[in-house]
Ligand binder design. Structure first.
Ligand code: C2E
Ligand code: MG
Ligand code: MG
Length: 562
């Protein structure tokens, strides 16, 4: 018996019905040495008293009771896991007790399961935390928020949704390691500003969520402001000092709002964040039900638009572009419209942003490119040679497929690349200047011209513009509108833009010319091209075919008079 017991690797003891220790094995004695002799008792001591001495709590009392039941034959086995704190840390044991047939004696074995428990705990921890920042992850955050929302009698609960502006640019230009480092710095700053009873977590990417307990709408806005100003201090990005901003959305579940779930609250805060970003970044926006209905409306439009692209509800209008030195129409700008079965002709500003948001801009632009190049090639075969401008969205630009998409459309239509010009807005160029420059260069090498659209209404820096290999600068309507007054600031601004363009090898186009005076001024200030309602409104292809000879005839009359 003794030899068998000593061969067992786990500390094992034989006790009687009162818990008196009758026998211990050598693993038990080794354990006593490890834990300190005051913790484990030897033969003659009481196992029950020892257990209570270690921890006098409900668990141990229940254990003692079940060992008693076992010894009386009222149950067949007892097993439980418990932690034993000692000078060297905590050891986890799995206790297994079996009744010997005679005299109600019980054998208790204690298997050390510390490494298994540690592994289980680590894996649970990993499944609920973000490995990069060690903050609670999406799953854990929802758990925390839901627990708070369900707490009886809780006060108002607020969720802040925080997204770094321009994070992608940091990642793309400085590398993922710098991006990861930025996220860790950010996590540290957010924790610094979070109260102990609140929680910060990372949803993924550059999106962070803060759970603020006992916080109503007013308190939340102040709190959001505090988080926003945590960006005032510059960040250290791999040795460079960088200033960043964040957009923050706020959503609050009021006291007594009992059926709000975490997913609702986080979604609302996300929506508010999106609105803050759209309103010009570095801002705080609080969720309102109007925001939700606007989002629902956009979803509806997106679903309809997808069908519209497939079923041919989109149409193209063409607006003539005048070459000022010769007075001839040198090209057209293609502008898309949606012939909606119920709502009539929908202008692009009502659906292009939706297409960009819902991943429909690439199929939409494919259609525009294919249709416009086919039409231009058809006109060229009929003797009407025009340079056609197509608008490209920043989000298409970011997919990196633009150069290939354009080449495919030109090849399918049999149109020479010189007859296509792509228009990119100043803002989209500013978003990713390096990517823009590379794609511009590739397009120009292939023979397709590029223009910068709406110049003068965004905030791109001059240095970026100078490094942009574009051929045409389209001066925004807002500047051209002020041109009637020759002494005005608009004239000075346009003159400056035109000479800046010239210095960079770009020709200028005045957009939105609405009066004879504006047209004359645009020519005087050195613009090469002009476009606007005064010359002609955008029109369908067949109408343009009738307008062209009419315009030429009128010009001849004017020229004859002069
Ligand atoms: P944009 O590229 O700057 O196009 C010029 C806009 O100004 C057009 O509006 C045009 O109708 C309007 N416009 C032209 N002359 C005048 C004028 O004298 N006065 C005034 N007040 N407006 C004038 P539209 O067609 O509503 O297009 C708006 C914007 O939608 C475009 O601005 C462009 O950014 C975008 N867009 C249009 N078609 C497409 C497309 O196929 N793809 C993409 N991605 N965007 C498009
Ligand atoms: Mg344009
Ligand atoms: Mg424009």
């Amino acid at each position: 018996m003794r030899a068998v017991l000593d061969a067992l690797p786990s500390p094992t003891t034989l006790i009687d019905a009162d818990g008196t220790i009758l026998l211990t094995n050598s693993a038990w004695d080794d354990m006593a040495d490890l834990l300190g002799s005051d913790l484990l008792v030897g033969v003659g001591g009481s196992y029950f008293a020892m257990a209570l001495h270690m921890q006098d709590d409900g668990t141990n009392r229940a254990l003692i009771a079940s060992l008693g039941e076992l010894s009386r034959g009222e149950r067949t086995s007892v097993s439980s896991d418990y932690a034993l704190p000692h000078a060297g840390g905590v050891t986890w044991f799995h206790l297994q007790a079996t009744r010997l047939r005679e005299a109600g004696h019980v054998v208790v074995t204690h298997t050390d399961v510390t490494s298994r428990v540690r592994a289980e705990r680590a894996s649970t921890w990993r499944s609920r935390h973000d490995p990069l920042t060690e903050l609670p992850n999406r799953a854990r955050l929802h758990e925390l928020i839901d627990t708070e929302l369900r707490r009886p009698g809780r006060p108002a609960v607020t969720v802040l949704f925080l997204d770094v502006d321009g994070f992608k640019e940091v990642n793309d230009s400085l590398g993922h390691e710098v991006g990861d480092d930025l996220l860790r710095q950010l996590a540290a700053r957010l924790i610094e500003r979070t109260r102990a009873e609140d929680a910060v977590g990372r949803l993924g990417g550059d999106e962070f969520v803060v759970l603020c307990t006992d916080c109503d709408v007013d308190g939340a806005e102040a709190l959001a402001e505090r988080f926003r100003t945590s960006f005032d201090r510059p960040f250290d990005l791999g040795g460079r000092v960088a200033r960043l901003t964040a957009s923050i959305g706020v959503a609050t579940a009021r006291e007594g709002d009992s059926d709000v779930r975490s997913t609702d609250l986080v979604r609302d805060a996300d929506l508010a964040m999106y609105a803050a970003k759209a309103a010009g970044r570095n801002g705080v926006r609080t969720f309102s039900s109007e925001l939700r209905s606007a989002a629902q409306y956009r979803l509806l439009v997106a679903a309809e638009l997808e069908e519209a692209i497939e079923t041919g509800q989109l149409v193209l209008h063409y607006q003539p572009v005048l070459h000022l030195p010769t007075g001839q129409v040198s090209g057209v700008e293609v502008l898309v419209r949606w012939e909606h079965p119920e709502r009539g002709l929908v202008p692009p500003m009502e659906f292009i942003p939706v297409a960009e948001q819902h991943g429909l801009i690439v199929p939409l632009t494919h259609w525009v490119l294919r249709t416009a190049t086919r039409q231009t090639a058809e006109w060229a075969r009929a003797g009407l040679t025009l340079i056609t401008g197509v608008n490209i969205s920043a989000s298409h630009f970011a997919t990196g497929t633009l150069v290939d998409d354009v080449a495919a459309a030109l090849a399918a239509a049999g149109l020479p690349p010189e007859q296509l010009i792509l228009e990119l807005t100043e803002t989209s160029v500013a978003e990713d200047p390096r990517g823009a420059a590379a794609q511009f260069a590739a397009l120009r090498v292939s023979g397709v011209e590029v223009s910068i659209d709406d110049f003068g209404c965004g905030y791109s820096s001059l240095s970026q513009l100078v490094s942009m290999p574009a051929g045409v600068l389209k001066i925004d309507r807002s500047l051209v509108n002020g041109l009637d007054d020759a002494s005005g600031q608009s004239a000075a601004a346009i003159a400056a833009v035109v000479s800046l363009g010239q210095a960079c090898g770009m020709r200028s186009l005045a957009e939105g010319v609405e009066t004879a005076g504006q047209l004359r001024m645009a020519a005087e200030l050195g613009c090469t091209f002009a476009q606007g309602y005064y010359i002609a409104r955008p029109m369908p292809a067949d109408q343009l075919e009738r307008w062209m000879p009419e315009h030429a005839r009128q010009r001849a009359v004017v020229a004859g008079r002069a």
